[in-house]
Design a binder for this molecule. Sequence first.
Ligand SMILES: *[C@@H]1O[C@H](CO)[C@@H](O)[C@H](O)[C@H]1NC(C)=O
Ligand SMILES: *[C@@H]1O[C@H](CO)[C@@H](O)[C@H](O)[C@H]1NC(C)=O
Ligand SMILES: *[C@@H]1O[C@H](CO)[C@@H](O)[C@H](O)[C@H]1NC(C)=O
Ligand SMILES: *[C@@H]1O[C@H](CO)[C@@H](O)[C@H](O)[C@H]1NC(C)=O
Ligand SMILES: *[C@@H]1O[C@H](CO)[C@@H](O)[C@H](O)[C@H]1NC(C)=O
Length: 368
Amino acid sequence: MGLLNIVLLFATINVALSVQDGLLPNGNFEQGPKASQMKGTKVTDPHAIPHWEISGYVEYIKAGQTQGDMLLPVPEGAFAVRLGEDAYIKTRVTNVTNGTFYSLSFNFARTCAQEEKLNVSVSPNNEPNDWAMLPMQTMYSSDGWDSYSWGFLAQANEIEIMLHNPAVEKDPACGPLIDFIALKALKTPHRPKGNMLKNGNFEEGPYIFPNTSWGVLIPPNIEDDHSPLPGWMIESLKAVKYIDAEHFTVPEGKRAIELVAGRESAIAQIVRTQKGKVYDLMFSVGDASNSCQGSMLIEAFAGNITLRVPYESAGKGGFKRAKLRFTAVTERTRVRFLSTYYHMKSDHSGSLCGPVVDDVRLVGVRYP
Ligand SMILES: *[C@@H]1O[C@H](CO)[C@@H](O)[C@H](O)[C@H]1NC(C)=O
Ligand SMILES: *[C@@H]1O[C@H](CO)[C@@H](O)[C@H](O)[C@H]1NC(C)=O
Ligand SMILES: *[C@@H]1O[C@H](CO)[C@@H](O)[C@H](O)[C@H]1NC(C)=O
Ligand SMILES: *[C@@H]1O[C@H](CO)[C@@H](O)[C@H](O)[C@H]1NC(C)=O
Ligand SMILES: *[C@@H]1O[C@H](CO)[C@@H](O)[C@H](O)[C@H]1NC(C)=O
């Protein structure tokens, strides 16, 4: 009982100390430089943007601004920043909790034809290579904007978050637009009653901006060894998309996963099993009601069984349940899902999309 009280006390302290989920101070860049701190759109003073420190070719972009004949889109409010040649922005967050996992989310838009990558990092950091080079692709939403999330372990109560475009470009003004940077403390996932999987319904995950309608990309493991999707790993090379019920159709609850990269990405979870015992893996397959049409196929793996579940999508939302019965061949079973095919939205935006997975349950079967 005493132990339980102490645990509860710690939980309460954690909540009280943790940063409020949502925007970082001036994370939408609505507070900007004075006219005297800019030359054209380039910011000339490293402390001109309140709460941020900048370096390199950073531009302050107002909604409606054009470059050539291209409109530079600003997703929220009136302003965004652009990180050009060797440019970074960084900020201190003074009220995180040492030892807690967080996810950082931000909106980005690519503005140049060439490949752009952003180095996202947090310090202090005792883990080697705990930074990510995230490709700025914007091929997943129709709006010209996408969001990324990135998970990390806070290793102090005060941290510094940095977004850096390390490229030395032909055109120094080339580089991604960034807006809306938010932080969310991730809850440790637990196994609910009647499900051996953690976070099987994906309700716990990165922050989704309430006003954006394009979900949040979760990068693969190779870029992020602390998945912002508690319990799950994003395997292989490409991101998956975390979607919300406010802007998409999700089979259950408020959140689900859209497999937007065909066979190039899979979500997986490793779970303790008893060798020789029979289990049922049950899940929903559907579409997000985002004009993603066609014959879809989800592959589910467990034990040494693969189940292929076809789903005909009219792009208007809907789902079906599927069940894979398998016998565990090891003490640890990897449960895995991927989309066999690549899909593109039928709205001529050229953006990638795919089937939705949700409400994944694993149970032991007593009398198979
Ligand atoms: C954390 O600090 C920021 C300012 O740095 C403040 O806006 C926010 O409300 C704080 N959160 C909590 C829970 O104290
Ligand atoms: C990314 O940023 C981190 C932190 O500044 C740095 O240690 C790392 O070398 C950078 N990676 C690349 C590829 O620039
Ligand atoms: C954070 O917590 C770890 C583990 O408890 C501890 O070793 C480290 O000293 C702490 N760091 C700071 C800056 O408080
Ligand atoms: C979302 O948009 C509404 C209406 O435009 C605005 O009032 C609200 O402040 C926005 N929310 C955020 C988090 O920016
Ligand atoms: C699955 O594993 C079992 C036990 O190792 C084996 O007997 C069976 O042939 C395997 N099935 C397939 C399809 O590989």
